[in-house]
Design a protein around this ligand. Structure first.
Ligand SMILES: Cc1cc2nc3c(=O)[nH]c(=O)nc-3n(C[C@H](O)[C@H](O)[C@H](O)COP(=O)(O)OP(=O)(O)OC[C@H]3O[C@@H](n4cnc5c(N)ncnc54)[C@H](O)[C@@H]3O)c2cc1C
Length: 406
């Protein structure tokens, strides 16, 4: 390896949670970075759900974001809480919990909940000149110390380090690690959300308003509930912490995700994914018939036009690979199921770790591939645990067929 004398130019594929956090972290260390995103604009997709950010995600964001942007993110998130892992049956009888109610708040281990779109908008703040929308990365060519990142439009871009962060369907990952597999859990979900206004608060039991609340119904149907209630109204948080940030106002909401095996839906799979939001909402209504009236009401009150369907897939960590100037982070290399809320946290943890290793290498003048090797070594350990834990969680909460370790 030749010893470089300056920071490498880093190109990132994908302006998702992980790619943007990495870009923020690298910029904080003065490293030249460019991010290429397939979506035409930041608003191309709904990006509309809540994310639990655990202690690792919080630490990663605090490390990568400028202080005032992290303060903005905290202000636009739910209050810190201790996840309890409480579950209910479809008549809202409590089935069990990992932690008892009233567990004292331990700030070092607590979680916060962010609105995914708000998180992305915070992460995009200050990166306008760095993030290029409407650019689909299709692969790369490595030539000596340079990587030529290739785009769908035929153009290419030179980098000294290329980070693949473009999610579960990544094309560049298929080139870098052709042996990596996407695991279809066989589970499908229908997502909906409703406004959490004063009227809704009058009939929703307060114990359902904490962290994630999975309701384990019959026929392996699960309705996972969760709320987003920012500590500070978003426009006020922007004014107070970072007036330059462009955040859409978002009101309090309650989301539900109905999860069932594909064969447990009353329609064939192709119809599920061809269905419009109103049909999906009608399906969710039909599949929760006879459930507790509060749950039925949550489904009935949803903003029907925003209902969407999703497949639950994962990427178990592939066999060890040789480090190079082309590395990976986030869902493209270790996608998890939603159980436990760890996917984004693991992507954020990757971003903080990789930016810190690359920054140290730049400061010391050591080779970026050595930094990447150290990052990949550590990432493999915690990411393997995250994926396998989420697969075991899917077996318990969604009552999926055996997934972990397969
Ligand atoms: C319903 C649901 C709830 C979830 N809840 C939680 C939670 O509570 N906590 C948690 O930690 N995780 C949660 N997750 C998981 C979390 O959303 C993901 O793990 C996280 O978004 C992964 O980040 P990423 O940056 O790797 O990928 P992504 O966020 O998927 O970003 C990838 C980006 O790459 C872009 N892209 C794709 N292809 C290309 C291409 N060829 N070229 C350029 N750009 C491309 C995409 O448009 C996208 O912007 C949840 C997921 C779902 C579906």
């Amino acid at each position: 390896m030749n010893k470089p004398t300056r920071a490498p130019r880093v190109v990132i594929s994908g302006a998702g949670v992980g790619g943007l956090c990495l870009a923020q972290g690298l910029r904080a260390h003065g490293i030249d970075v460019a991010v290429y995103e397939a979506d035409r604009t930041a608003d191309s997709r709904l990006q509309g759900y809540r994310l639990r950010i655990d202690e690792f995600g919080r630490a990663a964001l605090a490390a990568c974001l400028p202080e005032r942007l992290y303060a903005l993110l905290e202000a636009t998130s739910n209050r810190l809480y201790m996840p309890r892992g409480v579950t209910y049956d479809e008549q809202l009888n409590e089935l069990g919990a990992h932690r008892p109610a009233g567990t004292p708040l331990d700030p070092a281990r607590a979680s916060m909940v962010v609105n995914r779109r708000t998180l992305r908008q915070v992460l995009l703040t200050g990166l306008r000149e760095v993030v290029h929308f409407g650019r689909t990365v299709v692969g790369y060519e490595a030539a000596g110390d340079t990587v030529h990142v290739r785009f769908a439009d035929g153009a290419s871009e030179a980098a000294e380090v290329f980070v693949i962060a473009d999610g579960i369907n990544s094309l560049a990952r298929q080139q870098r690690l052709p042996h990596a597999q996407v695991l279809d859990t066989g589970l499908r979900g229908v997502y909906g959300h409703m406004a959490l206004d004063a009227e809704a608060l009058s009939w929703i039991p307060p114990e359902l308003l904490g962290g994630s609340r999975p309701v384990l119904g019959p026929d392996r149907r699960t309705l996972a509930l969760g709320v987003f209630r920012p500590r500070t109204p978003i426009p006020e948080a922007v004014r107070r912490h970072a007036p330059e940030a462009e955040l859409d106002p978002v009101g309090d909401y309650l989301k539900w995700t109905l999860v069932a095996p594909a064969e447990g839906y009353p329609v064939p799979e192709d119809e599920l994914f061809a269905a419009g939001p109103l049909q999906l909402h009608a399906l969710a209504t039909e599949m929760t018939e006879g459930w507790h009236p509060v749950l039925r009401r949550m489904v009935a009150r949803a903003h029907r036009e925003s209902t969407f369907a999703l497949s639950i897939r994962a990427v178990p960590l592939p066999e060890r690979w040789e480090p190079s100037r082309i590395t990976l982070l986030g869902d493209c290399i270790h996608a998890t199921t939603p159980v436990g809320g760890v996917g984004a946290n693991t992507a954020l943890r990757d971003a903080a770790l990789l930016s810190s290793h690359l920054a140290t290498a730049a400061e010391r003048g050591t080779h970026p591939v050595a930094a990447i090797a150290a990052y990949e070594d550590a990432m493999r350990g915690y990411a393997h645990q995250a994926v396998q834990g989420s697969l075991r969680g899917a077996e318990t909460v969604f009552r999926a067929r055996r997934l972990a370790g397969v």
